[in-house]
Design a protein around this ligand. Structure first.
Ligand code: ATP
Ligand code: MG
Length: 318
């Protein structure tokens, strides 16, 4: 059953995966409106299944306390990062999930190397960390607006030609280090079309209750659309690795993007296959002793083992 589920998920997400070593041309290779064979009317059922699968595996991940998962979400403005996080993580235990959002770096952050602020927000073992924007901003917004490099006070000699190649290499190595230490890095790019972005911006301007979501900077960044598409294509080509591949999720339909994100995360967890710890002989003896002691404390008229009385199908001690 679990194998069949894993195979179905792997098949579903395969078209979204950027093959390591391939050269990506975002506009040519990935369609923001793609939805496979799925129909919207089936989407809430599918997402519900995905969300409960995630809850089950997150519980095991936390119990095993050996692996951690880092989900990096990248998108252009209005790409749907917030909604994706809200929906996909709706069923999981909030104690095991930490969301970190990365905005324009603070003075303290600029005072360190460019990976510092991301490293300081990594998940612990047993946890799922979500980066809402991530270290990839360092080869996206910083590349489209290179004046950011000056603000980072990177020494002249490290800023020159080849700076993006070096950053790709640093990032790949960093992710390899994390993977080797038990932290799986999952990378999702929500791929929005230019026209769908325009539609979402218009909605944010037209509806008063959405106005707060809109900022003038959004239309300014939109003017650099082609530069961003280029930076994304280069980044996807250089940093989709066997240990941490990119997934390009079609984002024009929110319902489809959410199902994809849930499927990618579920697939990762199924592959990790975290297990509940089993107790050793000594701990089992202690359990039995504690059981005997508690049995003796049953008040008059109460069942000796109230749990077993309610659940006759579960044998005591199991
Ligand atoms: P939302 O708009 O949905 O609330 P957001 O992630 O777009 O969420 P904003 O505060 O609107 O949040 O924007 C954050 C801005 O910070 C983005 O324009 C992003 O490009 C910018 N940013 C992130 N990392 C860096 C960085 N390292 N250097 C410069 N700018 C960055
Ligand atoms: Mg924004």
């Amino acid at each position: 059953m679990a194998d069949k589920r894993a195979r179905r998920l792997a098949e579903f997400i395969r078209p979204l995966r950027v093959k390591p070593g391939s050269k990506v041309d975002l506009g040519e290779d990935f369609d923001p409106r793609y939805k496979g064979k799925l129909k919207k009317r089936d989407s809430s059922e599918l997402l519900k299944n995905g969300v409960s699968l995630l809850a089950e595996y997150q519980d095991r991940l936390a119990a095993q306390d050996t692996y951690g998962v880092l989900l990096c979400l990248q998108a252009l403005d209005a790409g749907g990062k917030d909604g994706t996080i809200r929906h996909v993580m709706s069923g999981v235990n909030p104690q095991g999930v930490h969301v970190s959002s990365f905005k324009v770096p603070s003075t303290e952050e600029l005072d360190h190397d460019y990976l510092w602020r991301y490293a300081s927000r990594l998940p612990a073992r047993g946890d799922i960390g979500i980066f809402n924007r991530s270290h990839y901003e360092e080869v996206l917004v910083v590349r489209v607006h290179p004046e950011n490099l000056e603000r980072q006070r990177v020494p002249e000699e490290s800023r020159g030609p080849g700076v993006w190649k070096r950053r790709y290499r640093d990032i790949n190595n960093w992710e390899r280090h994390l993977t080797g230490n038990g932290f799986k890095v999952v990378k999702i790019f929500l791929n929005l079309s230019r026209e769908e972005q325009r539609t979402r911006f218009m909605k944010r301007i037209d509806l008063p209750e959405k106005n707060w979501k809109f900022s003038a900077a959004d239309v300014r960044e939109r003017r650099r659309w082609d530069d961003y598409q280029h930076a994304f294509s280069e980044m996807l080509s250089a940093t989709s690795t066997p240990w941490a591949p990119w997934y390009v999720v079609p984002a024009d339909r929110k319902w489809f993007a959410r199902i994809c994100a849930a499927a990618i995360l579920a697939h990762t967890l199924i592959e990790l296959d975290p297990q509940y710890p089993t107790v050793d002989a000594r701990a089992r003896r202690e359990l039995k002793e504690a059981r005997r002691e508690l049995l003796k404390q049953a008040p008059e008229g109460a069942p000796a083992d109230p749990y077993a009385a309610e659940h006759p199908d579960r044998r005591p001690g199991r």
